[in-house]
Design a protein around this ligand. Sequence first.
Ligand code: CP
Ligand code: NVA
Length: 310
Amino acid sequence: MAIPALNHFLDLADLSNAQFWGLLHLAKRLKDERAERGANHPILAGKSLALLFQKPSLRTRVSFEMGMQHLGGYAFYLSPAEVGLGTRESAADVARVLSGYVDGIMARVFGHQDVVDLAQWGSVPVINGLSDFSHPCQALTDIFTAWEVLGDLEERTIAYVGDGANNVATSLMMAAGKVGMNVCIVSPLGYMPDPAVVESSGAEVSVTDDLDGVQGADLLYTDVWTSMGQEAEREERLAVFPPYQINEALVKRTGNAQALVMHCLPAHRGEEITDAVADGPASLLFPQAHNRLHAQKAILAHLLGGVPLE
Ligand code: CP
Ligand code: NVA
């Protein structure tokens, strides 16, 4: 049976397991095609993508821009200052204006409602490039990377160590649920995930403040302790999070000599992860960052190019 097409890519909760797997397979096809032929087919020739940012970025901005170029399309960056989403102009008006110029909008926002409003009011596909609530492009990439290195994902375990309530943890749980992976969230009290998010993820999730939660993990994952927009809480967070650092001792504590380490980047080295781990043999940090390109090309090929999910 054909997999239904997506209209937007706002949140992984909107995707079925089959749609999620369809994007993973498409990402692999596009990555292999570029490796084998040196280029992709220009399936997005004549198509354009607006990259609308309310927050800084390296990976998201560059991988979307290059992804569009690889597929024969065009992308351009709109800075927070020039658009003033929600201050100079409402998301609803921005969406209706941009829909007359471009074939898709990728937006990085503070309030998640802004990407929902862009999708509701615009008439082109909208991609969530990170909101305060979720980071679905990152989680699609993370599972793609895990699939490449581990093969079968069923019943594999990711231990996420750090701020279990942030956007990256939220999307990681949802993504794990799509592919049958188990998740252990290891977070200090006060920074554990919302039980409603855990419940809706569909994943087998355990939540603990005990670092022994990493035992048996195939993958260890961390992210910054203070996300963009939370800068005023930095000192308060720095007082709580240091025991939750991924260092060599914590990697050993998995009891799995093959355990690998992931981080969405940017990293605050010396805080949530040590240099020895980030640059060591267990690190997947840079393959993971590079895979943003391939995972997002799948989203673009499907949403803007009509390539079906299989
Ligand atoms: N991981 C990630 O989204 O990186 P950027 O903030 O640099 O885009
Ligand atoms: N949780 C981080 C992820 C950055 C890619 C943040 O929102 O700042």
